[in-house]
Design a protein around this ligand. Structure first.
Ligand SMILES: O=P(O)(O)OP(=O)(O)OP(=O)(O)OC[C@H]1O[C@@H](n2cnc3c(O)ncnc32)[C@H](O)[C@@H]1O
Ligand SMILES: [Mg+2]
Length: 226
């Protein structure tokens, strides 16, 4: 039977441009283009009130798949910080309030972790003194992980496929790097000596929680999105 869900396009139920960039890069290797909610008119606002990342991914995918009558992939993701008992978790996007900007969420994360601005705390010193030491060894505030849950709701086949991935790291006291989005500038990968925001897109896409979730998706459900 021909795969009626096969096409050159993957529809993703997201308005997050950072996610779209990463998915577009990822699916390009399969010759697939990505469409997001910004590419369609009259898409509903979705209330992400699930208790887990997986529940929210299912909510987003099924809301849009029902509207378009097409297979739709959704990503619900976030940051879980051990020193904060797993927060902000499913509240990552709205940690500093509904529609909060990334900078506000990052500032709140540092406040909750009790970080004083290193610039304010640092006593004046020789140019190659404390600053140079900071660049090599950032101040670590907590261990943490990014989590990504994926759900593909396919109304043509009547099924829902899921996968989940994580990426371990630590939260540092001062942001570094300008790539990526969200909490990337505060999420440091000790084995790389870089934050997620210092990695080029192709490297983030090789090691991130989103990449891990996609890998699991393809292992479990081979052929369904490619
Ligand atoms: O719901 P959609 O429309 O997909 O977009 P969103 O930004 O609201 O996405 P989520 O509800 O999944 O919330 C995820 C938040 O977690 C953070 N986050 C997720 N993945 C991240 C990543 O790869 N790097 C940095 N922060 C990330 C970031 O703050 C996101 O806004
Ligand atoms: Mg969201």
């Amino acid at each position: 039977m021909p795969d009626r869900s096969a096409s050159g396009v993957v529809v993703i139920a997201t308005r997050n441009k950072g996610k779209v960039r990463e998915f577009a890069h990822y699916f390009a290797r399969f010759g697939k283009e990505v469409r997001s909610l910004d590419d369609f008119d009259d898409m509903p606002d979705i209330v992400e009130d699930g208790a887990t990342f997986a529940a929210n991914a299912r909510i987003k995918a099924s809301a849009i798949a029902g509207r378009l009558n097409l297979p739709v992939l959704a990503d619900d993701s976030g940051l879980c910080v051990d020193a904060l008992g797993g927060d902000p978790g499913v509240y990552s996007a709205r940690y500093a309030g509904e529609h909060a900007a990334d900078a506000a969420n990052n500032a709140k994360l540092l406040r909750e972790l009790g970080a004083v601005s290193a610039a304010a705390a640092r006593a004046p010193g020789p140019p190659d003194g404390p600053e140079a030491a900071d660049a090599a060894a950032p101040q670590v505030l907590s261990t943490a992980r990014f989590v990504c849950a994926l759900a593909l709701v396919d109304p043509l086949r009547g099924d829902t496929l899921e996968a989940e991935g994580t990426c371990e790291g630590v939260i540092i006291a001062e942001p570094r790097g300008t790539d990526g989005f969200g909490y990337d500038p505060l999420f440091y990968l000790p084995e790389r000596g870089l934050t997620m925001a210092e990695l080029p897109l192709e490297e983030k896409n090789a090691i991130s929680h989103r990449a891990a979730a996609l890998r699991q998706f393809f292992e479990r459900h081979s052929g369904r999105l490619t």
